[in-house]
Design a protein around this ligand. Structure first.
Ligand SMILES: CC(=O)N[C@H]1[C@@H](O[C@@H]2[C@H](O)[C@H](OP(=O)(O)O)[C@@H](O)[C@H](O)[C@H]2O)O[C@H](CO)[C@@H](O)[C@@H]1O
Ligand SMILES: O=c1ccn([C@@H]2O[C@H](COP(=O)(O)OP(=O)(O)O)[C@@H](O)[C@H]2O)c(=O)[nH]1
Ligand SMILES: [Mg+2]
Length: 533
């Protein structure tokens, strides 16, 4: 990754969102209702089935930037240093939190923070979508895997996403304790992510309206995924008086510093939105120490508010198995040497590098022609929809069209067969905050040949579970792939180490890390993090 790119002028601030400005405005009402509405007075059961006490107290609105703004509070329900409070005076309700800090009301007290329900925001893509196509990728997998496991540990998760079809139910139980809530915002159908910022206000309104059907204090924390969700999360967290934890998944400045040839840069509006979000979030979750450093270096994040929590892999689905059987299963002869690409088909992921490397490999070893195959598994993605057509043309011009299979997006169970069948999975991305595909492949016992960018050096143990390549020269990839094909014992050693490496990256460990971040945030702790190492 190149060093800090020239930081563009931050420009004017993005327009304010509902709920972000002090003092707090009127509470959302139900259609046809007048006066204050806080929904049915339903007591929220905690994870043990008990009812959490709600204590009405005095109100004070919080300024928009709360860090260091410690205010002693009395007579309120403690959630670590965060307090949710309600006032019946003057017909308004407000939710207030006191800022973390040693002078806060809880200083010196050792009460464990309450964490029973989280609002997860995934505005631009739904956890119910098929990953590996459009804008649905590793983030979707992450949200699903984490939500399920949080619920298993007694933390209910509501995932707010934008409704994309008229026939979608307002709420869908994705797993016990995990509810996907569809919020109408903008027209139905898939919208380009760059146009979604225009629909933030109705989305935020829908989220606030949904929450308003419950007692105040329904959510203990907001976790935003991707910058658009984070912008919505800023408003919701402030309105509810709870902390905002944010995962960026990708950063515009990082992507723009490493663009593939011909790729369009992320727009300035995203860069500005990310800047504001980094300032507003109570804690940022980075996938790797590299991403944590990028947040500090490119966005001036406070290192004490950046936590590093690596994503994981489903070790029940992605397991090693017979390569010959897997090849048969996907319709290829048992002696095939399969080079595999899995992911959203867009320039940033550089599937073209794999095709060029396959052609270079055949130049090195023409005898391979009868048994070499290349599979590109995944769907159209990104604003430039021409990539699949360009790949097909490239394959023809390289004289390898007969070897290349363009496969539609596959389910996770089906993907496991592709990984097991492959000689190597190739991840030549120009930028990658982590790279779940690399870990899934390793969990199936297949080594990875990847670009040495972003989080891939964490996902792949270089020289042990795979090989990292500097840059995107197809010859460099071909050299490594040739050895994988020509020296089966060399490849087998990588494969065995790959299984061990992936076994250290479980979703359960991810949830441990996230719970630490959540509890630390609720308690107002700064995180001892590697962001500035
Ligand atoms: C390329 C990259 O860094 N991917 C990450 C990331 O994934 C996706 C990314 O955030 C996409 O946004 P964009 O193309 O605008 O930058 C989203 O649309 C996708 O839904 C994300 O999945 O997150 C993954 C999980 O943290 C990470 O493994 C992957 O490397
Ligand atoms: O046909 C496909 C292609 C991809 N994926 C999944 O999409 C995710 C891609 O995540 P990754 O972090 O590698 O990249 P991202 O798309 O987030 O940039 C991985 O979990 C893949 O298993 C999938 O389920 N089916
Ligand atoms: Mg700051």
């Amino acid at each position: 990754m190149p060093d800090t790119p020239g930081r563009p002028d931050p420009g004017p601030p993005a327009p304010p969102l509902p709920g972000t400005g002090p003092p707090r405005g009127p509470t959302p009402r139900r259609p046809g209702e007048s006066g204050r509405f806080r929904g049915p007075r339903r007591a929220a059961p905690d994870r043990g089935g008990r009812t959490r006490p709600r204590t009405p107290v005095a109100v004070r609105a919080r300024p928009p930037v709360h860090h260091g703004n410690s205010t002693p509070l009395r007579d309120c329900s403690p959630k670590g240093r965060w307090r949710v409070r309600r006032c019946t005076g003057k017909g308004t309700t407000a939710v207030v939190r006191n800022a973390p800090g040693p002078r806060g009301a809880l200083a010196g007290r050792a009460e464990p923070p309450v964490l029973s329900r989280i609002a997860t925001i995934s505005l631009h893509t739904s956890p119910l979508d098929q990953p590996g196509t459009g804008d649905a990728g590793g983030m979707n997998v992450y949200i699903v895997e984490v939500a399920r496991r949080l619920a298993e540990r007694g933390v209910a998760v509501d995932i707010f996403t934008r409704a994309t079809r008229m026939d979608q139910q307002a709420e869908v139980e994705m797993a016990p304790g995990v509810t996907v809530r569809h919020i109408a915002a903008g027209p139905f159908g898939t919208l380009d992510k760059h146009t979604l910022a225009r629909h933030l206000c109705p989305f935020v309104f829908g989220v606030l309206q949904t929450e308003a059907r419950n007692e105040p204090g329904h959510y203990d924390l907001v976790h935003g995924h991707y910058w658009l969700s984070g912008r919505a999360g800023m408003a919701a967290a402030q309105r509810w008086g709870v902390p905002l934890v944010q995962s960026m998944h990708t950063l515009a400045r990082v992507k723009n510093a490493a663009l593939a040839e011909g790729d369009a840069p992320e727009p300035e509006a995203r860069v500005r939105g990310e800047d504001q979000l980094v300032r507003a979030a109570d804690h940022l979750v980075a996938n790797t120490a590299d991403e944590a450093r990028q947040l500090v270096r490119y966005y001036d994040a406070d290192p004490g508010r950046v936590g590093t929590v690596p994503p994981g892999v489903d070790l029940d689905v992605f397991t090693p198995g017979s390569r010959a059987a897997a090849l048969r299963r996907i319709g290829l002869p048992e002696d095939t040497e399969l080079l595999l690409f899995v992911g959203r088909v867009q320039r940033l992921k550089a599937p073209d590098v794999l095709l060029r490397a396959a052609a270079a490999l055949l130049d090195r070893d023409p005898a391979l022609r009868g048994r070499l195959a290349v599979a590109v598994v995944g769907g159209l993605s990104g604003s430039d929809r021409g990539e699949p057509r360009r790949l097909a043309e490239l394959a023809r011009s390289l004289g390898i069209a007969d070897l290349v299979r363009m496969e539609p997006p596959r389910s996770r169970a089906e993907l496991a067969h592709y990984y097991r069948a492959a000689t190597a999975t190739v991840v030549p991305s120009h930028s990658e905050s982590f790279g779940l595909v690399a870990v899934e492949s390793q969990a199936c016992g297949t080594p990875v040949v990847a670009a040495r960018v972003g989080g891939l050096p964490t996902a792949v143990a270089d020289g042990v579970s795979g090989v990292l390549v500097d840059g995107h020269d197809p010859e460099d990839y071909a050299r490594v792939l040739h050895r994988m094909v020509a020296e089966p014992s060399w490849r087998a050693a990588f494969g065995a180490a790959a299984v061990r490496h992936a076994a250290r990256l479980s979703w359960s460990a991810t949830v441990d890390g996230l719970l630490d971040v959540y509890h630390g945030t609720l308690a107002g702790r700064r995180l001892p993090v590697a962001a500035n190492q």
